[in-house]
Design a protein around this ligand. Structure first.
Ligand code: UDP
Length: 249
């Protein structure tokens, strides 16, 4: 059972059945650090349009999102949906930025961080680059994310041996969320968070969209051009828009 040890849950607004956190970036970081300080534990989900469409067809994923400490709006699609529901003030709170800022906090406060996921060597490369950016960040372990569910327990034990405070899991939706929901307790991590393709970007193997591309809300197109396999995710966008509009009626 995941607990957060905090009295007040964050404000949320439902999008396709998922309670999306309305906290901004700094409030999200403060919330996560409060949980660590107060000895609680739990997981954070970073939800994008494709994840919320998947959850509408996958009851297990929907349940995992509902059980999160925070399900943050990780895409412009989710922010658009929140605005459709009457939320005036909201912005993207992306997994890659949360992870980066928590690594910065680690270098100040000593949080122990584990990077799990991506292809062989990528988590290590991401860790090296993060250490250059945030000297003193305590990355206590890294491991690639290509293993079968039969090895989940073994991997959870490997992570547990490093006693992490923060576990970032970059194995894509819904694999990372299902791994976290099932094995977080076994890893002993206080906070676990799915971060999708973040290690590919942190390692320098993929480039994040420039700010102007993000500002015109075309990060999805940028990612598609870098990785044409993303077409499967892009195809879910019209479904997402229709479902949000239908739900709002
Ligand atoms: N990945 C992994 N294990 C797998 C499948 C994928 O570690 O079994 C990694 C993959 O190498 C990539 C990340 O998971 O680094 C998925 O990134 P993506 O951007 O597709 O994530 P999403 O869009 O689902 O957030």
């Amino acid at each position: 059972m995941v607990t957060h040890g905090l009295a007040n849950p964050p404000p949320t607004q439902h999008v396709l059945g998922v309670p999306i956190s309305l906290l901004g970036m700094q409030e999200t970081l403060d919330w996560i650090e409060d949980v660590i300080r107060e000895g609680g534990s739990g997981y954070v989900c970073t939800v994008d349009a494709s994840g919320s469409v998947m959850a509408s067809k996958d009851p297990e994923l929907a349940e995992i999102y509902r059980g999160a400490l925070l399900a943050t709006p990780d895409s412009h699609g989710i922010v658009w949906a929140l605005k459709q529901r009457g939320v005036r003030e909201c912005r993207r709170v992306s997994g890659i930025e949360i992870a980066d800022k928590l690594c910065a906090a680690s270098s100040r406060k000593g949080y122990r961080v584990f990077f799990l996921g991506a292809a062989a060597g990528v988590a290590e490369q991401a860790a090296e680059r993060i250490l250059l950016k945030h000297p003193g960040c305590r990355i206590v372990g890294t491991r690639n994310g290509f293993f079968t569910p039969d090895d989940d327990e073994l991997v959870a034990k490997e992570v547990a041996a490093t006693h992490p405070d923060l576990l970032f899991v970059a194995m894509g939706i819904p694999r990372q969320e299902k791994f976290i929901a099932r094995w977080q307790a076994a890893t002993g991590a206080k906070i676990a968070m799915g971060v999708g393709g973040s290690f590919d970007v942190m390692s320098g193997r993929l480039r994040r969209a420039p700010r102007w591309v993000q500002a015109v809300r075309c990060e999805w197109l940028w990612r598609l051009l870098q990785d044409p396999r993303k077409i499967a995710k892009v195809k879910l966008l019209p479904k997402f828009v229709l479902a949000v509009l239908r739900e709002g009626r």
